[in-house]
Design a protein around this ligand. Sequence first.
Ligand code: NAD
Length: 363
Amino acid sequence: MKIGCPTEIKPQEFRVGLTPSAALEAVNNGHDVIVQSGAGIGAGFDDAAYEAAGAKIIATAEEVFAQADMIVKVKEPQAGERKMLREGQLLFTYLHLAPDPEQTKDLLASGCTAIAYETVTDRNGGLPLLAPMSEVAGRLAPQVGAWTLQKANGGRGVLMGGVPGVGPARVMVIGGGVVGTHAARIAAGMGADVTVLDRSLPRMRYLDDVYGGTFKTSYASAQNTIELAREADMIIGAVLIPGAAAPKLISRAQLSELKPGAALVDVAIDQGGCFETSKATTHQDPVYDVDGIMHYCVANMPGAVARTSTIALGNATMPFMLNLANKGWRQACKDDAHLKAGLNVHAGQLTYAAVGEALGMDC
Ligand code: NAD
């Protein structure tokens, strides 16, 4: 199979769909790999690295789309890219079709077969191609929060780990899933005093078993939430109710009860955010002030560490990409129900029920 990787063109997207190491695996499995010139630069991979892996460098996206049997990307295809997709071509990338009728219509019209990273499942009921980005965002959250807490950035002027004779920052993490656990581990590693709140008792039992002594857990009742928030220097929002907007757990009125200059890092902003005063920001202008409380609400946090994110995503997508290439999508999906769960569009038909429901389209 000929596998093609174009340069990402969505603004501020520096990741790339195929790492040189994934390209090498594909070549070793007998496939041809074509990569658009410069596709890996944002993630620190130059053309020579792909050539050394056995890939061929191609000048334009048009040629990559025209020649490849399978396109491997990171972000959903943009309007210009969608025009280049063709009948029978396989697209493997993040799609997020439910809120995006325009993209859905274009993919249906193209006749391509599209497998979405975000709906591929695993045997534990997890989302293995979303998890690496939650791990990145979670580990990044205390790092950006610590920066936000610095005086020059509008924060309280509190050091995460304190120093001998001065206590550490108090960090509360709301939501103890993938993002929250990684955030709590890093915050604790920086020396902060960390408490994770969740509404799932099984999850808190797990966290207590594995991380008891590293951080504390607390049930996420409204009362516990505001009591801990009053004492917190940093609050990290990491809740998820699958398929729903994030619940608002701290209201605008409650901001006045928080410590002046406290940092709110709302990782759940891509689901609308879990603080009433959250609104999405960008890496260029990540932090804003509401009533003296500093809000960091970047919706694509992994983009800040494009190299780590690209490699982490590539590690997760590679086995699926190789299966698709080795067996063809039909056989690969027949053999692996979890990969099949990623099938969103085929030959002008929507094949993912939740997307059909969200868009009011036949499936
Ligand atoms: P997850 O499903 O692994 O964890 C979510 C946790 O929230 C679960 O443990 C659940 O029990 C808990 N929860 C649900 N409702 C709660 C409530 N009311 N109070 C307390 N806890 C509650 O999800 P995840 O992978 O950790 O993702 C968390 C959020 O981060 C999602 O919205 C995800 O889209 C987002 N995210 C954002 C970025 C970014 O760049 N901003 C990157 C990755 C993930």
